[in-house]
Structure formats: structure tokens, C-alpha cells
Design a protein around this ligand. Structure first.
Ligand code: PEP
Ligand code: MG
Length: 664
């Protein structure tokens, strides 16, 4: 049984998507292979799979042989075509994000590799700027001793026992990783990384290569070091920064297996002082994930680059990091203090008084800014005429509620329901949806909560819906167009929303509207759902219905649309791509994709004028809503709600208060 397909996994089968793919494959009894360009490897080995280098849009073939071959091929093809439809397994991180705002915090712009880093006259060393921010603190040097292979020959009769020792060490390491994954102390974001490392520890290829060497009479420690170095070299030979980082993961896992075999413990990071700069040749991602991250003032490593797991963890926790210093990192071994600039990729060894002063000032300014912004958490920005400007949050799941509340978000301006649908193998039930929307409404009892109906299309298919092949998915069967064609899906969501409406100030918004009939047909469906719920005796309420302004048709038709709905919300992410005819995902036209372009601003203004004239509310939930250079314009146009990622809420409130203060 075999089938070919085009890979739709964003960024290809690297790391976590590879882990998910392998885990899916391992769930089947059949032998499963994946082939690309005449080369095929076992689909059950993450290492082999990563070495195959499967990229997004590559054509691959899945072959399976065995009792469940058909199911295996179908499941793996479905994953490759739609990674979001895969298993939602414990400990695994989500598949690669579909949208930029869901991605892990971005690394500062910096070349990945640098020529031999040296300490310059000022005591500065240059490495990879892997996580932004500045730090100044005592050095915590973490240089556990290297494990040197003894290359001991094992007697023939002891080979069996040596293999058993190796197997046992792998099992013990996996159990240790499982325990750290299960502990409450590890954050969800770090858990995915540790789960990926656990999978490397269980990898068939690493296992087979090691056992081959033990069978040839080599001791287990030397065999695992030999096998991991050989595979790590294969990764490095691919000459790709990401693959080099994976080579380091492999070596880190091998080191842990060796330590387990030798009965040694890795040096602990528990004693690290508050604000200390952790300096290491290399550090295992799970060691870092379990370290007292709140106390860390910075991370400096000889190994690693911007895509290392260490870099991802540092960025997630807002810890400045400079990696890839090479041998120069040893200059810090005996140092007592270090200053780190994660934006520029520079580290100062025992900085002089002038440098210390400069860093202390930069740190102070950043802290003061963060602290000062907290004062804006509960303010309510009002225009001179008393109209409140709602600074609300864009959310993608219930997990983000707390961050929005803590930031002081005035409700939710956009709840993207796509994730609910993409996270599961099956369409989410009405009960499950009703509970989710009700939880959201209850979390913001004093503010509106706007739920957007399913906005999904040919470029982002979901399980349970057959999508046509489309030349231009962004101009195709997506958003409200698909929903109206599939009342079996749409009515479930509308019924769930009507049921949840009794729990708060719930509003509903339709995406991708381009024709007034789309609104009228939706209203008819809502009435039908309400009548059904009534006859079933099910508790339900009513909600205000609004639309997103994302298409030029909605802008030009805004005056007529404003008579049909209760509010508009401008989706500048899509509106910009449609006004500028510049694909929002295509970096080649990124310069055109700017919401500040006069053509886009004119479109927003036209929609705003129509809303104001009709007396309905207009807000914005596209990324431009948090742009400080555009906010005064949006307010002038008459927008009364700006919805954004929770991290931007306090700064936006501050800007609005200052803006109104100046005017008032
Ligand atoms: C937009 O298009 O501006 C928007 C908020 O929707 P999304 O980014 O989910 O397409
Ligand atoms: Mg959109």
C-alpha cells in the first residue's frame, strides 16, 4: 500500500512536526516508510526522518506493509496534508504555527554564524543574538566534565549484558524525562521541547547504530558516543543552522544516556543566584527547562544558534541569550561578572565601570518601562466626548484568558475559533463549543466578548471537511463562504453560540464577508437555530451580529452592510493583502504588505465613515490595531475598539491616555 502527496507542514518535517509524525507512525503495527527523491527511510525514526530533509511543498510517498497498512498510510498522509489534524498527544507541542503571531517569540535579527569569536580590547565577545534583552550579573559557570570514550573491548560472553545495560539506561533516562514532563514546574512551551528530546532517546536509528557497535565488542558508553557523533555529523553536513542545532540535541541526549550508564548525575543548576548569568559550553534543553528560570539574568553558551532549543526557551521566558561563542566561552569560566546584550549578541567579561554603568542604565530603563506600564492595567481610555475606547484582546484558546485578564484587556475583540476545529481529529461537538464560548464570556463579565465564526479555507483545511484543490486559496472557499455551504457545520457553531449567549455579553462576528446576502443568509440560519433550541426547550440567548471588514467588497459596500449589522471589526491582516494584491504569506511582496499604506488607510477610513454615519460601532482586530504610529489615526477615524495580543494592551492604553490628555 502506498500513496504520494505534497507536504503541507509549515517549514517541513523538522523537530516537533517530525516527532508528531513519528509518533503517529509508531501507533501502527505495519512497517512504514517515507520516500523522497528516490531515498526512503523508516517513518518510525525521528533521526532518519529529519535527515531525509522533508520540506514544505516536497512530494513524498508513504509506503506501508502489514495488517494496518491502509490506516497507517491514510493517517500519515492526512497529517502531511494537514498537520493540525494530527493527534493531540500529551507533552507534545503544537505543530508549526500557521500565523506569525502564534509563533514562538522571534529571535533578534542577526547572522547565524560568525567568524571565530574573539574577546576584543573592551573585553567584548560576539556571538549569536539568540534572545533579546540585557543582563548584568554574577557568572554561574556550568562546565560539567566531558565524557571521554574508553573504547573498551567487551568479551564475547559479556556482550548480551552490555546491551541490556544500554537498554536499561535508555529506559531510565526516558522515565526521568517523563517525570520532568509530568511535574507542574515545567511550562507547556518547554514541555514540547523536552518531549522531542525524549523521542530522540527512544529513536530506532540511534538505538540500532549503538547496538551494532556493542555487538562488534565496544563498551556501551563508547558505542553511544560513536553512534551519536556519527549521526550528529550527518546533521551537520546538511549545512543548515537548524540541523546543526538538532545535532547538538542528539549529542545532549547521548550524554544523558552515558551519565545514566555511569551512574553519574549532571551538575545541578538549583543553586544559581538571583540575576546570575548562566555560562556553559552547552546546556541540555531539559536542564535549562528545569532550572530556576525566574532567577536567570542571562544565558551564554559556546554552542548553539538562534534556532537551538535553548534559544527558544530563553525567548519564551524573556531571558537574554548569546549563543555560539565557540571557544571564547571559556574566557568566562573564571570570570566573576558578565554583562550580556541579547539584542546585539555581545557579552562583556568582567565589565569595566563604564560598561557596568551603561548596562545598569539599560536594565533599569527596561524594568522601569515594564513596571510603569502596569499602572495602565485598569485605566479606561475615554475620548474628550466621554466615549470609551476599548482595548481588548485577540485570543486563540482559553489558555490565553489569564494573560489577557492580567494585562487588563477590556474584553475580547477577536476569539479565533479555528484552533478549536484544527486541534481535533473530529469536528468539535455543539456541547464542547457551547462550553468553550460560555467560559470565555464568563471570564470577562464586564466587557463584550467577540467570537468569530469559523474562518478556515483551502490553505488551512480541517478534518471532517473535504476541501477542493484551489489555485488561489486566499480567493477561494474560505470563511463565511464555506460555512454557508456547510450548514451541517455552521449550524452546530451557531447553536453553541446561542446557548453560550446566556452567560455574558457575547457578540458574534463573520469573517471574509464580501456580499450582503452572506449576512442575511447567516441571520436566517441563526433564526432557524434559535427556533430549534426553543422547541427543544434548550436554554439560549441572543447575540449581536457583526462582520469583519477584510475584503475591498466589504469596504465599498460598507454603507449598505452597516444597515444590516451591529458592528464592524477591521481585519487589517487580510484587508491589506486584498487591497494591495500582496499575499500576506509571501515574503517577496512583504514591502507592499503594510497596513500604513495610504490605500489601506483610505479603506479603513471609508469603512469607519460608513459605521459612524449608520451609528454602529467599529473596531479593529488586525495586527495594525497595536501600531502606535497608526493608533491616533484610527481614533480620529472613529474606531472605538482596538483588539490585540495581550502583551500590547498596557502600552496601547498608555498611548491612548496620553493622546486624550493632550487633547483634553
Ligand atoms: C485579519 O485578517 O486582520 C484578522 C484579524 O483575521 P486573521 O488574521 O485571523 O485572518
Ligand atoms: Mg482575516
Amino acid at each position: 500500500m502506498e500513496r504520494s502527496t505534497i507536504v503541507r507542514v509549515h517549514d517541513g518535517l523538522h523537530a516537533r512536526p517530525a516527532t508528531r509524525f513519528v509518533r503517529l507512525a509508531k501507533g501502527f503495527e505495519s512497517e512504514v516508510e517515507i520516500a523522497k527523491g528516490g531515498k526512503s527511510v523508516s517513518a518510525k525514526s525521528s533521526v532518519k526522518l529529519m535527515l531525509l530533509g522533508v520540506k514544505e511543498n516536497d512530494e513524498v510517498t508513504i509506503r506501508a506493509e502489514g495488517a494496518d497498512a491502509i490506516e497507517a498510510v491514510e493517517a500519515l498522509i492526512a497529517y502531511l496534508e494537514d498537520p493540525k489534524s494530527g493527534l493531540e498527544e500529551e507533552g507534545a507541542a503544537p505543530a508549526a504555527p500557521a500565523k506569525a503571531e502564534d509563533a514562538p517569540p522571534a529571535a533578534p535579527q542577526q547572522p547565524e554564524k560568525i567568524a571565530a569569536p574573539l574577546v576584543d580590547a573592551e573585553g567584548a565577545m560576539r556571538g549569536v543574538a539568540a534572545s533579546a534583552g540585557v543582563g548584568l550579573g554574577p557568572v554561574f559557570a556550568h562546565f560539567p566534565p566531558q565524557i571521554v570514550p574508553q573504547n573498551r573491548t567487551v568479551a564475547k560472553e559479556e556482550i548480551g549484558a552490555e546491551k541490556a545495560r544500554f537498554e536499561d539506561a535508555v529506559k531510565r533516562l526516558q522515565a526521568k524525562l517523563d517525570r520532568s514532563l509530568a511535574s507542574d514546574e515545567m511550562q507547556a512551551s518547554d514541555r514540547g521541547i523536552v518531549a522531542a528530546l525524549r523521542d530522540i532517546a527512544a529513536d530506532d536509528t540511534l538505538h540500532e547504530e549503538t547496538v551494532k557497535d556493542i555487538d562488534a565488542g565496544l563498551d556501551a558508553v563508547s558505542a553511544i558516543i560513536a553512534a551519536s557523533s556519527k549521526l550528529a555529523d550527518e546533521f551537520r553536513n546538511l549545512d543548515d543552522a537548524y540541523m546543526s542545532a538538532r545535532a547538538e540535541d542528539l549529542e545532549a541526549v547521548a550524554r544523558q544516556i552515558c551519565l545514566t550508564l555511569l551512574g553519574h548525575e549532571e551538575a545541578k543548576l538549583d543553586d544559581i543566584a538571583d540575576g546570575a548569568i548562566l555560562v556553559a559550553e552547552d546546556i541540555g534543553a531539559w536542564d535549562l527547562a528545569r532550572a530556576p528560570l525566574k532567577r536567570l539574568g542571562g544565558v551564554v553558551c559556546g554552542h548553539g544558534g538562534a534556532t537551538s532549543h535553548v534559544a527558544i526557551i530563553a525567548r519564551t521566558h524573556g531571558i537574554p541569550a548569546v549563543l555560539g561563542l565557540g571557544e571564547a566561552v571559556h574566557e568566562l569560566r573564571e570570570a566573576s561578572e558578565a554583562a550580556i546584550d541579547g539584542n546585539a549578541g555581545v557579552v562583556y567579561v568582567d565589565p569595566d565601570a563604564k560598561t557596568r554603568e551603561r548596562f545598569a542604565e539599560m536594565i533599569g530603563a527596561a524594568d522601569r518601562e515594564r513596571e510603569a506600564l502596569k499602572a495602565y492595567r485598569d485605566v479606561v481610555p475615554r475620548r474628550a466626548d466621554g466615549t470609551v475606547i476599548h482595548v481588548a484582546a485577540n485570543l486563540g484558546s482559553l489558555d490565553e484568558i489569564e494573560a489577557a485578564q492580567e494585562a487588563g484587556a477590556m474584553g475580547v475583540g477577536l476569539f479565533r475559533t479555528e484552533l478549536l476545529f484544527m486541534r481535533h481529529m473530529h469536528l468539535p461537538s455543539e456541547d464542547m463549543q457551547a462550553e468553550t464560548y460560555a467560559t470565555l464570556a464568563k471570564a470577562f463579565p464586564d466587557h463584550p466578548v467577540i467570537v468569530r465564526t469559523l474562518d478556515i479555507g483551502g490553505d488551512k483545511p480541517i478534518s471532517g471537511v473535504e476541501f477542493p484543490e484551489e489555485e488561489n486559496p486566499f480567493l477561494g472557499w474560505r470563511g463565511i463562504r464555506m460555512c454557508l455551504d456547510r450548514p451541517d457545520i455552521f449550524k452546530v457553531q451557531l447553536r453553541a453560540l446561542l446557548r453560550a449567549a446566556v452567560h455574558g455579553n457575547l457578540r458574534v462576528m463573520l469573517p471574509m464577508v464580501s456580499d450582503i446576502e452572506e449576512v442575511r443568509r447567516t441571520r436566517a440560519l441563526i433564526d432557524e437555530c434559535a427556533a430549534e433550541l426553543k422547541s427543544e426547550g434548550a436554554e439560549h440567548g441572543r447575540f449581536q451580529l457583526g462582520i469583519m471588514i477584510e475584503t475591498p467588497a466589504a469596504v465599498f459596500g460598507a454603507a449598505a452592510l452597516a444597515k444590516e449589522v451591529a458592528f464592524f471589526s477591521v481585519g487589517t491582516n487580510d484587508l491589506t493583502q486584498y487591497v494591495m494584491a500582496a499575499d500576506r504569506l509571501n515574503p517577496a511582496v512583504a514591502n507592499l504588505n503594510d497596513a500604513a499604506h495610504p490605500a489601506v488607510m483610505a479603506a479603513v477610513e471609508q469603512a469607519a465613515r460608513a459605521a459612524v454615519e449608520a451609528g454602529i460601532e467599529i473596531g479593529m482586530c488586525g495586527e495594525a490595531a497595536a501600531r502606535s504610529d497608526l493608533i491616533p489615526e484610527f481614533v480620529r477615524m472613529g474606531l472605538t475598539e482596538l483588539s490585540m495580543s495581550p502583551v500590547s494592551v498596557q502600552a496601547t492604553k498608555k498611548q491612548l491616555m496620553e493622546l486624550f490628555d493632550k487633547k483634553g
